[in-house]
Ligand binder design. Sequence first.
Ligand code: BGC
Length: 739
Amino acid sequence: MRITTAIAALILGVSAHAAKPAHDIETRIDDLLGKMTLEEKIGQLNQYTGSGYSPDMSGRVKAGMVGSILNEVNPETVNALQRDAVENSRLGIPLVFARDVIHGFRTIFPIPLGQGATWNPALVEEGSAIAAQEASSTGIRWTFSPMVDIARDARWGRIAEGYGEDPVLTSAMGVAAIKGYQGDDLTKPGTMAACVKHFACYGAAESGRDYNTTWVPMELLHDVYLPPFEAGAKAGAATFMCSFNDINGVPSSGNPYLLRDILRDKWQWDGLMVSDWNSITEMINHGFCADRSDAAMKAALAGVDMDMEGHAYDNNLAALVNSGAVPMETIDNMVRNVLRLKFRLGLFDNPYVDMATANRFYTPEALDAARRTAEESAILLTNSGILPLGKRPGKIFVTGPMADAPHDQNGTWCFDLEKSHTVTPLAALREKYGKAVSYSPGLTYSRDKNTDFGKALEMAADADVILYFAGEEAVLSGEAHSRADITLPGAQTEYLRALAATGKPVVTVIMAGRPLAIPEECNLSKAVLYSFHPGTMGGPALANVISGDAAPGGRLPVSIPRMSGQVPLYYACKNTGRPTTEMTLIDDIPLEAGQTSTGCTSFFLDAGHEPLFPFGYGLGYTSFAYGTPVLSATEMPADGSIDISCTVTNTGKRSGSDVVQLYVRDPVASLARPVKELKAFEKITLAPGESRTVSFTLPASALAFHNAKGEAVIEAGDFLLWVDDSSACKSKPVEFRIK
Ligand code: BGC
């Protein structure tokens, strides 16, 4: 059985170490460094935002004062500035142009959270390679992606930008994105350097409020937040970005434990560390640095190589070197990391955009991949049997603020979006069903509070089926767009009540940047399809899934809460001393009941203790039966491994995919362990009646956890294991031991 390389790397501890820089690259770096003045060295450490071809920027580039430019995507301007660097500066060091190409450049793929929902690393790799081809055709050779921050609080707007709540899933997807962007040879045209961000713990922001403080003990840091970064470093990611937040009081931009001890010394990574936008200077706001000079010193000593738009390095590093506060050796190493990136990208030999092949977007292959990814990221949460609609479902009323929202269905971070290329669900459904489709939005945008739904309700009453496209506009998630209330905004729930009251069956499709708390919406709908923001080809993908031309391939990369107040919410929680064996919910508590009337276990009176839908969950259009997992041995030494296989059968009438998930629990340990942890997964597609035996190798090292010193510990003892189709693990666990 095939285990994808990414997953194999995690499970088997196989490390695809960043390729050691070729000897001649290091020689060329040393040679160049020997010729550089201090000012030219510091020049390489600055990244500035582009604003066209200005005399100011051109002058700075010619003087060797600029290492990188972000946000310049006109290939002619890129070439003009590059000419200033290569042909008109003293040493001819090329610039590297960077951009946030987060889920596609022009062809927009589902948001990363939606890509996480595919549980298909090969698709993420394919989409990232397409993004690299499109972006590099404008001169962009460095993207600030993937974001591998674990996010367990759906209030955080940036949950949209990562692959969800789990370190194993996030690692696999992050590695796939890196491979897609960078290919097997970064000097090849059509590739971009990846940037693994935000190092670290940005997703642990208290209460999900963006940029907020994080408190992360060593055990959690090493067990949950760092593994995807380690996987990225070992997969050869060319660059990293540090995060805005402070961790236990120390901002990442000045954090030598993370940037040096872990990343450089322990993981032996030799790439370029860029700050986040102005994050070095923001250490003053944090209350960690007195002024820009202090901030520059702390960042340089901690290990930030490049200052993104913060003007801390350009104005202060020279004086800090001259005073001895920052050793020249530190500067030299920072410059080495910048030059190494430029050599790795082949920029010294091939600095210009080839105008003959510039601006290549929207190839049929790109659009096809975007559609397939959106189909595989759509998660069917409930289905009374109404889906798929089939070829002739009668009169279809399409409605809701997201049915025809070509900007908003693409989600956050689409700087280069051309919405005229987006195909909306309305357009795709009209194409598929022709005159059977009628349309009225009911609400014009997701925050619309107008409850005069006009003629929409009359049209709904006249239909055979209602397709209600609800959700969040793009701007309600992403950076600095956290929400305290994660329900459907505006009057969308009220509108759904009115639609359901017509007595006609409603299929609700949610396009959003986060998991929204939608219990009532599920009750009011005959089926609920969750697609996050699906991108350029979201319309055709959803129309295919709704009709049955494609099956919904998504599984949840995050838990869906019942209520906002449940978050942070994640499946890999601890059991507590009082796990929920019994509970009395708020409306069932007798009047003047005694203090112990609720059951005294760990739950919310108004939300219980379970998510609305668990991590890993999703329905398809067929059904699967799982056999009992078979283990190659029930005991292994601390340096051993066990092979696990499980036979899965498609017991339904049509072909379909399922994600086979391996979970483990360590019931007794020197530190209380989560009730379940994902250790491996494999997405399979089976024809009706077909069976397949899925195999995983589980080394004892994958069962290690970290102590308060950040050391990995493997403890002998009994473990429980499930092979199942979601983290709810309804099957009986199998036992094994580490000797
Ligand atoms: C974000 C980064 C992004 C950078 C450059 C920052 O505000 O936090 O994720 O890459 O801007 O645009």
